[in-house]
Design a protein around this ligand. Structure first.
Ligand SMILES: [Zn+2]
Length: 276
């Protein structure tokens, strides 16, 4: 996993070199002549996402992926079901959102956090939905031991249960690398450090330059920013409006992932530009 600092360095290098990265999409790869894809994702199943983000999405005809934790969203289950019925995608963000995972084994984490959440989501949102996961607190290490062992342990638990899993770090995803990297897809929290629109625009411009898949991560969407990571309603709306004016295909994660898988099939070389 890239640290935030490492990511900044790579990001700058990529912009400076200006080349097409390995696995970038060739022209015509995305639907409707779009230059890139973006998935809007919202973590934690927060009421503000229903009350503020969702109406802004609906007003613009945009659909998103909501990663729910059962603990947070249970009180508004009917509202979440309505959001899903309106075409939004529901993903798994565990039952209780544990950030410290050292005390878990693969078995106990699966039994306590993943399996019950999947059953709950299957019961309420249908078992045929796209199975996606977002790592709580962006922690991709499970249990005890050296980091490589902990990461492999988590991957082995998540791999058979989910089609795709998202982190909150890294540049836009190169389509040619998505299938191999399906359990560690890069995401970006545009308002994590400050509530501003420019980081989102920069990230999305890079996605368009590279033909990539941008995955934006939001948490609270509120009338006014109250803490780290919050997005104010005005900036959230500005980001959505900006996306609406760009040649970017905006769709939930499952739809973009499925498009990539179907388009590339077994012959990724045919539709993907070679490394520059
Ligand atoms: Zn979370």
């Amino acid at each position: 996993m890239l640290t935030r600092r490492r990511f900044s360095i790579l990001f700058s290098a990529g912009v400076a070199l200006g080349g097409r990265p390995a696995g970038a999409a060739a022209p015509g790869f995305w639907p409707g002549e779009a230059k890139a894809a973006v998935s809007l994702t919202y973590d934690d199943g927060l009421p503000s996402q229903l009350d503020y983000a969702s109406p802004q999405l609906r007003a613009r005809g945009m659909r998103a992926t909501f990663f729910l934790t059962e603990q947070n969203m249970r009180a508004r289950l009917d509202d979440w079901r309505r959001a899903a019925a309106a075409g939004n995608e529901i993903g798994d963000h565990t039952v209780t959102h544990p950030c410290v995972l050292r005390r878990y084994s693969a078995e106990s984490f699966s039994r306590l956090e993943l399996e019950p959440m999947e059953r709950f989501l299957d019961d309420n949102f249908g078992a045929s939905r796209f199975k996606s996961y977002a790592y709580p607190c962006d922690n991709t290490s499970l249990g005890d031991g050296p980091q490589l062992i902990r990461e492999a342990r988590y991957r082995d638990v998540v791999g058979p249960m989910f089609q795709a899993a998202r982190t909150t770090e890294g540049p836009p995803n190169a389509p040619g690398e998505v299938l191999a990297n399906r359990l560690f897809l890069n995401g970006f929290e545009p308002t994590y450090d400050r509530d501003a629109v420019e980081p989102a625009f920069r990230y999305l411009r890079r996605a368009m330059t590279e033909g990539g898949w941008a995955i934006l991560v939001f948490h609270e969407v509120l009338p006014r920013r109250m803490g780290v990571g919050d997005t104010c309603l005005r900036n959230h709306g500005r980001i959505l409006d900006w996306i609406g004016g760009q040649p970017i295909w905006c769709a939930p994660m499952g739809e973009v992932f499925t498009h990539i898988r179907r388009t590339l099939g077994d012959k990724p070389g045919e539709r993907i530009a070679a490394a520059g």
